[in-house]
Design a protein around this ligand. Structure first.
Ligand SMILES: NC(=O)c1ccc[n+]([C@@H]2O[C@H](COP(=O)([O-])OP(=O)(O)OC[C@H]3O[C@@H](n4cnc5c(N)ncnc54)[C@H](OP(=O)(O)O)[C@@H]3O)[C@@H](O)[C@H]2O)c1
Length: 270
């Protein structure tokens, strides 16, 4: 029998997770969603999911309640879930909202999983890091992971939740770094005389191929060594990147994202 799953907030991420759950065989009748926007609810109801604007009514009796609202409204939404039972698992997918704040807004004994998905989750190609508080049972961990697995790969980080700042900096913001590199390569191709369309196709297909090779293994370092002939074209390019301390620049960029994530946790966690 499918677990009873409630989504609080029926926006982009909830829609994507609900579609993934149904596609992977979860009974749509065992999913509920709430949202103040009737248009959002209409779209979700088309998937066969029971919808209503009342968060508490939808959360009642669910095995897991997924908080899929923006971080800015999380305090109100979580504190408003006054009917939660202590055995109901709460899962937050909101960026930057600390576990301690979620525990404070609900009941202190609530089992809570906090996760950090990334945007490719909308295509089922995301990666999500999860962490759980001490109240979460092994079965609840499995349930949380199985929901997020419909949006791509999943992994647990432990022991400390503060690893999620680093996760946010690497995979949360990561798609934008790759988009930036793609933009830069397209522009470089154009400056060498390629049409914008040709430069874009070459860049995007190269990104896809390189990602597929790296996922298959060996390591990116080994793959790079394999395609870098001494005195060849690739080596000429890599020498320019190294002379500009590209690794140092990437370290600084990712560290800035992690620092911002820590700042936002203070802001959203209040
Ligand atoms: N999108 C991503 O790729 C991504 C990646 C990582 C993490 N996340 C996290 O996922 C969460 C959801 O993001 P999203 O992109 O799905 O946002 P979204 O499309 O804006 O969805 C949030 C939904 O929550 C609804 N909502 C607002 N107040 C509510 C309330 N009091 N009760 C119930 N529902 C309420 C919103 O309705 P209104 O529109 O009417 O306000 C909206 O439909 C965010 O916390 C974000 O940090 C998203």
């Amino acid at each position: 029998m499918s677990s009873q799953i409630t989504f609080i907030g029926a926006g982009n991420m909830a829609t994507s997770l609900i579609k993934g759950l149904i596609a992977s065989g979860h009974d749509a009748a065992a999913i509920r969603a709430s949202d103040p926007d009737p248009e959002q609810l209409r779209k979700i109801a088309e998937l066969g999911v029971a919808t209503a604007p009342d968060n508490n009514a939808q959360a009642r009796g669910a095995d897991v309640v997924i908080l899929a609202v923006k971080p800015q409204v999380m305090a109100n939404v979580a504190a408003g879930l006054t009917d939660l039972r202590p055995d109901q698992l709460l899962v937050s997918i909101a960026a930057g909202v600390p576990m301690s704040s979620l525990a404070g807004w609900t009941r202190a004994a609530q089992p809570i999983v906090r996760c950090m998905p990334n945007t490719p989750a909308l295509l089922g190609a995301g990666v999500t890091a999860l962490c759980a508080n001490a109240r979460v049972s092994p079965a609840q961990k499995e349930l949380a992971q199985s929901v997020l697995a419909t949006a791509g790969r999943t992994l647990w980080v432990s022991p400390a939740e503060d690893q999620l700042d680093a996760v946010t900096a690497v995979s949360g913001s990561g798609p934008a770094y790759f988009f930036y590199l793609m933009e830069a390569m397209i522009e470089a191709g154009r400056s060498l005389g390629l049409s914008a369309e040709t430069a874009a196709t070459l860049t995007l297909e190269t990104a896809r191929g390189a990602a597929l090779m790296a996922l298959e293994g060996p390591s990116p370092a080994q793959l790079r060594a394999n395609v870098t002939s001494p005195g060849g074209t690739t080596q000429a390019a890599l020498e320019v990147l190294e002379a500009a301390d590209c690794q140092g620049i990437i370290n600084a960029a990712v560290a800035a994202a992690a620092e911002r994530s820590r700042e936002l946790a203070t802001e959203f966690g209040r």
